[in-house]
Design a protein around this ligand. Structure first.
Ligand SMILES: Nc1nc2c(c(=O)[nH]1)N[C@@H](CN(C=O)c1ccc(C(=O)N[C@@H](CCC(=O)O)C(=O)O)cc1)CN2
Length: 281
């Protein structure tokens, strides 16, 4: 069996086109404020891709780039300024932040109604209790990808590998909300292979190349690769080994899978925030 690929880039582009239409119906462009701190090369790429996606869709992005030497107070001052600016609909602080800056404190400073990353504890609580709120972009993108193939999660066994606040935990909540039976494995889980072999859906989000191999995958399973790693030769790869193509039924590629969908969902959240602020929804 060769897995069918779920093309995240194509799905993201079709979502952008629909968003562009919604934006044209608004009295002004939605505004996304983007804060990058330091010189992390990957973060620079992601922020650039977000700004480009905003341009394609008709969202105004306002970027601020603070130096590596910026203090936590510098970062918080910038976030507070955007909180108070009524023309800003969404605030994004690119992670990771440089060492010495308490990322959680910065995230909690973002006004809940502008938390388009969905990382604020209030947004996390809303997700946990099934209430309305902004949801983290990567797991939301994964849910869109599953929906795009018409996958019915009810009663299925889903394994999430990774327990981060921005992917693993919210991913588990969203799968649970759709009536999947969810297991979360992590670095201390002794029997990840056994759990994976029993899973209909595997979401690999541990940040380790080749973590999921073909011998861990039930034939026909859906395998979602959230990993973003670099091989020693510089090539980008996910957490899922190449040979999984021969075992899975569906597979997301890296690049061109979950990454572009993460950005698309950020745009969705930003447009939704603008619509709420402008009374359009
Ligand atoms: N504030 C946030 N910080 C981080 C988030 C986030 O959702 N919000 N998630 C990750 C990084 N991330 C988004 O910022 C992200 C990662 C990868 C991609 C992407 O499109 N990747 C491309 C390949 C890009 C490349 O060439 O390197 C792909 O997969 O095709 C988008 C967003 C951590 N930080």
């Amino acid at each position: 069996m060769t897995a069918q690929l779920i093309d995240g880039k194509a799905l993201a582009r079709s979502m952008e086109a629909k968003l562009a239409e919604r934006i044209r119906a608004l009295p002004r462009k939605p505004v996304l404020a983007v804060l990058l701190v330091g010189e992390d090369p990957a973060s620079r790429v992601y922020v650039r891709n977000k700004v480009l996606a905003c341009e394609r869709t008709g969202i105004e992005s306002r970027s601020v780039h603070l130096p590596e030497t910026a203090t936590e107070e510098d970062v918080i001052r910038q976030v507070r300024a955007w909180n108070e600016d009524p023309t800003v609909d969404g605030i994004l602080v690119q992670l990771p932040l440089p060492r010495g800056i308490d990322a959680q404190r910065v995230i909690e400073t973002v006004a809940l109604e502008k938390d388009v990353d969905g990382f604020h504890v209030g947004s996390a609580g809303a997700l946990m209790t099934g209430r309305e709120g902004f949801r983290p972009c990567t797991p939301s993108g994964v849910m869109e990808m599953l929906e795009s193939i018409g996958y019915e999660l009810r009663g299925k066994h889903a394994l999430v590998i990774g327990r981060s606040n921005i992917v693993g935990k919210p991913m588990a909540m969203m799968l649970l909300e759709k009536d999947a039976t969810v297991t979360v494995a992590h670095s201390r889980t002794p029997n990840t292979k056994e759990l994976a072999l029993a899973a209909d859906v595997i979401v690999a989000a541990a940040g380790r190349a080749d973590l999921v191999t073909a011998d861990m995958v039930k034939p026909g399973a859906v395998v979602i690769d959230v990993g973003m790693n670099r091989r020693p030769d510089g090539r980008l790869c996910g957490d899922v080994a190449d040979d999984v193509r021969d075992a899975a039924g569906w597979l997301t590629p890296v690049p061109g899978g979950v990454g572009p969908m993460t950005i698309a969902m950020l745009l969705v959240n930003t447009v939704r925030s603008a619509e709420m602020r402008l009374g359009a929804k």
